[in-house]
Design a protein around this ligand. Structure first.
Ligand SMILES: *[C@@H]1O[C@H](CO)[C@@H](O)[C@H](O)[C@H]1NC(C)=O
Length: 215
């Protein structure tokens, strides 16, 4: 009995470690030194004596992104590319603006779970599971509602309100990455062969060429 409890405790501890995201820090901070050519997982550290407040700072997230584009949405990032002080901390932020009817097209973040809150308007959101295969988990969110998109899963947002919508989302990586499914499949350079895509999507090759021209 006691040994079973010990085993359970051991499993609980080791499992929580296995769920960690970006590597944890071994120093106060490691402000990204973007001029270095040394290839590491992340960025090398700027001399801490030269670090200043602006390394941890970004302004302008109160400004609406320009949603005049085919998707009707704009993602404004606040990750390590904008804030070098985020390097090694496993966290970042985005602001997303949506015109009425606008979408943030189905995409995945290979390195981050996302937690999103609606600060204006209402959004239909959803993600698709891998196990059980391809189950859609979706919900309509109002101002102040919060929703989670698990790491790696395809997800989207859709402005279903009458006016503009705005969301702020936090992501569990300094560099979450985004793979927009339509662009990855139909907009790769060079193209994936139309034979492959016609068979994968069970459509005529001309339909594939149409999509490839769009993305
Ligand atoms: C928004 O983007 C559109 C399309 O690129 C452009 O024509 C327009 O000038 C932009 N508007 C602002 C306010 O920047």
């Amino acid at each position: 009995m006691a040994s079973q409890l010990l085993l359970l405790a051991f499993l609980a501890i080791t499992c929580s470690v296995a769920f960690a995201s970006d590597p944890s820090s071994l120093q106060d901070f490691c402000v990204a030194e973007s001029t270095s050519s040394v290839p590491v997982n992340g960025h090398v550290c700027k001399d801490p004596k030269l670090v200043e407040a602006n390394d941890f700072f970004l302004s302008g997230l109160h400004l609406a992104g320009n949603t005049s584009n085919p998707a009707g949405s704009k993602v404004t990032p606040a990750n390590v590319a904008q804030i070098p002080g985020l390097n090694t901390f496993g966290i970042s932020l985005v602001r997303i603006d949506y015109a009425p009817g606008g979408i943030n097209a189905p995409h995945t973040h290979p390195r981050a779970t996302e937690i999103l809150t609606v600060v204006e308007g209402s959004l239909e959101v959803g993600f698709v599971t891998s196990n059980p295969e391809n189950r859609l988990i979706s919900k309509v969110l109002q101002k102040g509602d919060v929703f989670v998109f698990p790491v790696g899963l395809a997800h989207f947002q859709h402005n279903v309100g009458k006016g503009n919508a705005v969301a702020i989302a936090a992501l569990s990586s300094q560099n979450p990455g985004a793979i927009t499914l339509a662009n990855a499949v139909f907009g790769s350079k060079p193209d994936i062969s139309a034979d492959v895509l016609a068979k994968a999507f069970q459509v005529d090759k001309n339909i594939v060429f149409d999509f490839q021209a769009k993305f």
